[in-house]
Design a protein around this ligand. Structure first.
Ligand code: FES
Length: 338
């Protein structure tokens, strides 16, 4: 008869679990909460390392990591994960909404209590009276970060439920609830070279990682490839100037580029040589993230992703089929758009 219980060791703590438990459930059995969010294989928050043992990865394996919300125990195992700040809820108000470029806003929220996050993670923001949306807190484009404030880059989609109301129904002083942080694509202080790549407002987490890595690890090799559908979407010119002044190479690309200052290839085609030493962070459209993942895994590199999913709005799916919103938590959430 096969064994129905097993022992899983998580960050050094031994826990009795059932064969067939997901890694998250096994942790909960020992009062250990693995980082997680969607619990449906989409957000990557729960990615853990398998150090040894018997785990069915259910197709989620990347190098020695699996998704803890899907992978199940087949027997004794040892896993580990990088510690992240505890998930908290805090309240705040909109402090300012600044148009960075047509359809791109920098929204600054004054929080009543600090909410810790690591560069690359995301928060769930609920503007009072509106459905929640996930946004990556980021460094202001002019680097004037202030304690007690959280900054988001938000693309405005016409007729959308939340983003199109910013500046009209959602203005300075509007109440906001923030919950988080979530996500596994956060900066680790390793020595290896980093390749950062984004499309659209996927630049928000990528920019915060670049700034933190540059300031915290001045000698670390960094390069960026930043794409947008058109040049108008390259809203981050101030940030690019700062990065280049720090000696960090930045490649910009858009379908209407000039092949001089702005290239025309797809961003993943411009990543350059990748090796097993590289650590790659990718954020933005799922097609971009998937293509980058493929290249990273082929090269044996370490890969962290922050995909933004397509909204499926039952009322406006035809007009908003290409709308990208931040992560989708549950199937129910896919019924709303940014
Ligand atoms: S919690 Fe596992 S992928 Fe989101």
């Amino acid at each position: 008869m096969s064994k129905s219980t097993c022992t899983v060791t998580i960050n050094g703590k031994k826990i009795k679990a059932n064969v067939g438990d997901t890694l998250i459930d096994a942790g909960l059995g020992g009062r250990l909460v693995l980082p997680h969010d969607c619990c449906s294989g989409q957000c990557e928050s729960c990615r853990v390392r398998i150090l040894e043992g018997q785990v069915d990865d259910l197709g989620t394996r990347e190098k020695n990591t699996v998704l803890g919300c899907l992978a199940v125990l087949e027997g004794d195992a040892e896993i580990s994960y990088d510690p992240v700040p505890l998930v908290k809820t805090t309240k705040g108000i909109v402090d300012s909404i600044r148009k960075i470029k047509e359809d791109y806003l920098e929204v600054r929220v004054k929080v009543f209590k600090t909410i810790p996050w690591l560069p690359g993670q995301y928060l769930r923001a609920t503007f009072s009276g509106f459905p929640s949306r996930d946004y990556s807190p980021t460094t202001p484009l002019n680097l004037d970060a202030e304690e007690g404030y959280v900054v988001f880059h938000i693309k405005v989609y016409p007729n959308s439920i939340v983003s199109s109301k910013l500046g009209s129904e959602i203005r300075k002083g509007h109440s906001v609830k923030l919950r988080g942080p979530f996500g596994n694509a956060f900066l680790r202080r390793q020595p290896e070279p980093i390749v950062l790549t984004s499309t659209g407002t996927g630049f928000a987490p990528i920019w915060s990682i670049a700034v933190a890595a540059n300031r915290g690890q001045p000698g670390r090799e960094i390069r960026l490839v930043v794409g947008s559908r058109t040049r108008d979407g390259l809203y981050m010119r101030d940030a690019v100037r700062w990065l280049r002044n720090q000696g960090i190479p930045v490649t910009l690309t858009a379908s209407d580029g000039d092949n001089e200052t702005v290239m025309t290839a797809r961003p993943y085609e411009l990543l350059g040589n990748l090796s097993p030493d590289h650590i790659i962070y990718s954020a933005g459209a799922p097609s971009h993230v998937d293509a980058t993942r493929e290249l990273a895994l082929q090269a044996g590199a370490t890969f962290y992703a922050d995909p933004f999913y397509v909204a499926e709005d039952s009322k406006s799916i035809f007009t908003l089929a290409s709308t990208l919103i931040r992560k989708v938590k549950t199937p129910a959430d896919t019924a709303t758009v940014g």
